[in-house]
Design a protein around this ligand. Structure first.
Ligand SMILES: NC(=O)c1ccc[n+]([C@@H]2O[C@H](COP(=O)([O-])OP(=O)(O)OC[C@H]3O[C@@H](n4cnc5c(N)ncnc54)[C@H](O)[C@@H]3O)[C@@H](O)[C@H]2O)c1
Ligand SMILES: O=C(O)C(=O)C[C@@H](O)[C@H](O)[C@H](O)COP(=O)(O)O
Ligand SMILES: [Zn+2]
Length: 402
């Protein structure tokens, strides 16, 4: 069996193949109730040597001058955003950046996963070249994961690399996509297939921006928050279960803790395996099935977080069939995902449904020599990458399909 040890261990059990995550006290929500005063509540550092950077987390950060101090100096800043987020937040970001840059330009892209593609990416390059932006130009990704992934990829490519700052405005982007330097666009045959590892120089998570996020999008972000429990931190999973109503209601203290702990876990994993030679694959829990759902239904039909939520139910079911977790654990995770407002039954993609899922999953980036590899978990918060026979995967697809 093709396995890679990818569990996150406590320091005394750690070895070269295992990650360590700094311990937090996820069982105690800070006594803060209601909105916290503007400013940085938490700074999580992602430790990558000369490419290390801070993740600033707090309310009101867009307007706080300190947020924008100390960034690379340049004559031009370019805000890349979309037609939904731009009108809400670009004027404030523009005002905050104006004292630091000779000019602040804006590129406004169409909204949606369906636009995470070559033609839309090219609009960024067109604008940079039309404005004669030089190689010191700093890009600011203002939006959700789609804008972050595309702006990061544009930054990696433009003049072979310019600095960029992530300013995530969705829960999903604050807890996951803005951190770690995976940048990409989609291909009709597979999700995130064209891209680069390219780290931002700073991540700014202004928690206040989440107030304008539609409920469906907030739930999608909760899928990636939940993900960190099974793969790395059973105590955090228990905390999420206990506070799911507070999270869905967007209670500021609960949301701040969820963002902080998620970023801590992601930073610890990426800090040990930036380019996914092994350990980092655990962040793909639920994604092998989830990406098949996204590509199979057409990008944007299901949100990424919805597909990942359902994909985690499928991956937990697979873990159960492999004897890693009890049926009760699968039920527990399924209940939590449903309580977050996410679908738990997989959609039908074709009349030969399991075959279609398998076909889509064969192009997954974790596949090796034609064998699809899945992230499976145990109940102690260890995740493992494992090749699984098609017949067993097909059984799981049939069992999980609506
Ligand atoms: N790079 C990574 O490590 C990584 C990790 C997870 C997901 N992703 C990618 O991220 C993408 C999903 O990101 P997402 O869930 O943020 O989706 P998204 O970027 O499409 O944003 C969701 C929607 O919310 C809107 N929006 C954003 N901020 C808003 C705000 N504050 N108020 C109101 N509306 C707002 C957007 O315009 C969009 O319509 C997928 O493409 C996925 O593949 C990447
Ligand atoms: O950062 C990572 O590594 C992840 O896997 C995070 C995922 O949530 C994210 O959706 C990522 O884009 C998926 O990576 P991919 O390499 O399978 O495209
Ligand atoms: Zn994801």
């Amino acid at each position: 069996m093709d396995t890679a040890a990818t569990g996150i261990e406590t320091p005394h059990r750690a070895n070269a193949a295992h990650a360590t995550v700094p311990t937090a006290d996820p069982t105690g929500i800070p006594a803060v109730r209601g909105a916290a005063p503007p400013g940085v509540l938490h700074t999580v550092t992602i430790d990558l040597g000369e490419r290390s950077y801070p993740i600033l987390i707090g309310p009101g950060l867009l307007d706080a001058p300190a947020t924008w101090a100390g960034l690379p100096r340049a004559s031009t800043a370019v805000i890349v955003t979309n037609e939904t987020v731009g009108p809400l937040y670009a004027p404030r970001l523009r005002a905050a950046l104006a004292p630091h840059y000779g000019r602040v330009l804006e590129v406004v892209l169409p909204d949606g996963e369906a636009h995470k593609d070559w033609p839309t990416l090219n609009r960024i390059f067109d604008a940079l070249l039309a404005e004669a932006c030089d190689r010191k130009t700093v890009l600011f990704a203002l939006g959700g994961g789609v804008i972050g992934d595309m702006t990061g990829f544009a930054a990696a490519c433009y003049m072979r690399g310019v600095p960029f700052v992530q300013v995530p405005t969705t829960l999903l982007a604050q807890v996951d996509s803005s951190v770690g330097g995976k940048t990409a666009i989609n291909h009709p045959l597979g999700k995130n297939m064209i891209g680069a590892f390219y780290q931002p120089v700073r991540v700014v998570c202004d928690l206040d921006t989440l107030s304008t996020l539609p409920a469906r999008e907030f739930s999608a972000g909760l899928a990636e928050v939940i993900k960190y429990g099974p793969i790395a931190d059973p105590a955090f999973l228990g905390w999420i279960e206990a506070h799911i109503a507070a999270l869905v209601a967007r209670e500021p203290a609960a949301v701040a803790l969820a963002v902080r702990r998620s970023c801590e876990i992601k930073a610890a994993v990426v800090g040990q395996d930036e380019r996914e030679s092994g350990l980092r694959a655990i962040l793909n829990f639920g994604h092998t099935f989830g990406h098949a759902i996204e590509a199979g239904l057409g990008y944007g039909a299901w949100l990424h977080g919805e597909a990942v939520g359902c994909g985690m139910v499928m991956a937990a079911t697979l873990s159960h069939r492999l004897g890693r977790v009890s049926a009760g654990y699968v039920e527990r995770l399924t209940r939590l995902i449903a309580a977050a407002g996410l679908p738990t039954r997989a959609p039908v993609l074709a009349s030969d449904n399991a075959a279609r899922y398998l076909e889509l999953m064969r192009v997954d980036k974790k596949a090796e020599g034609g064998a699809i590899r899945f992230v499976v978990v145990d109940e102690a918060g260890h995740a493992t990458l494992q090749a699984v026979p098609d017949a067993l995967v097909a059984e799981v697809i049939d069992a999980c399909t609506a």
